[in-house]
Design a protein around this ligand. Sequence first.
Ligand SMILES: Nc1ncnc2c1ncn2[C@@H]1O[C@H](COP(=O)(O)OP(=O)(O)O)[C@@H](O)[C@H]1O
Ligand SMILES: [Mg+2]
Length: 286
Amino acid sequence: MKETKTVAPILEVKDLIVEYPGGFGKPAKRVIDGVSFNIAPGETLALVGESGSGKSTIGNTILGLTKATGGQINFEGADITYLNLKNRRKFAADLQAIFQNPYGSLNPGLKIKDILTEPLQVQRKLSSQEAGRIVTELLQRVGMPANSGDRYPSHFSGGQRQRIAIARAVSVKPKLIICDEATSALDVSTQAAVLELLAELKRDFNLAMLFITHHLAIVRNFADNVIVLNKGQIVEYGPAKQVCDNPQDLYTQLLVAAVPVPDPLAQAQRRKERHEKLLVLAKGTA
Ligand SMILES: Nc1ncnc2c1ncn2[C@@H]1O[C@H](COP(=O)(O)OP(=O)(O)O)[C@@H](O)[C@H]1O
Ligand SMILES: [Mg+2]
C-alpha cells in the first residue's frame, strides 16, 4: 500500500463550483457542482465520465483557463483559485498539462529542439548549452529518434507528437501533470506505448497526475484512484481496481458495462444488463 495519508496533498479541490454564462438572458449553466478531491505527491487520480460530464472544465479550472464560480483550489498549500495567469507564473513549472491534440500546443513553425529549449531557458534559467544537452536527453528519454530536434512537428505522427508534448511537460520538473484525454486520439497500440511511457516517468520523477479520460478501461492499472463524474458531480471515488472491478454506483456500472469485451457472449450478457440498468435509471429520473 502506498502511504498517502501522512503527506500533505499537492492539490486540494474543495467544493468546486463552475458555471458558464447562459447568454442572452438565459440563466448561468452549472457544469461543476460541489466537487472535492485531493491528489498526494506521486499519486495518479483518474477523472472519468462521459463526454460533457465536466472533466475538462475541472482540469481547466485548476490550470486557470476557466474561472471557478465557488469553492477552493489549493496547489502546494497555496490558494490558487482566483489567481490570474500572471500570478500563477510561479506555479507554472510545477503544474503542467498535456492535452488531446498536440497540434494545438506544439508551434508548427518551430523545430522540436526550439520547442523544448524554451521552457528550460525561461523556467529553469538554463544556458542554451545546458538546455541543448537536456533536450538531447529528453528526446531519448521519451523514445524519440536522436535527430528529431532538427525537424518540425508536422514531420511526426500523433503518438510521436504526444511524446514531444510529454517531454516538454516533464522538462521543467513538474510536481503535477494534468493529462486531458492525452492518449484518446491515438490508436490502441500507440496509446498503450504512450501510457507506458507516462507510467515510467511518473515512477522516475514521483509525478502526481490528474488523468482525465472518457475511457474507464485504461485507468484500472494506470491510476491509483478514480473519480467517476456524472453531470458535474462525483458519483464514485475510490481505489482504481475497486471502482473498475466492483463499482458501487449505477452510473459507474453502466460505464463499466459499456467497455467492449472481446468475448461476444459476455458482451451480449453485458448489453442485456446495461439495458436493464438504463431502464432503472430512466425510471429513477422520471
Ligand atoms: N466555454 C464554455 N461555455 C459554455 N459551456 C461550456 C463551455 N465549455 C464547456 N461547456 C459545457 O460544460 C459541460 C461540461 O463540458 P466539459 O467540461 O468539456 O466536459 P467533458 O470534458 O467531460 O467532455 C458541457 O455541457 C459543455 O457543453
Ligand atoms: Mg473534455
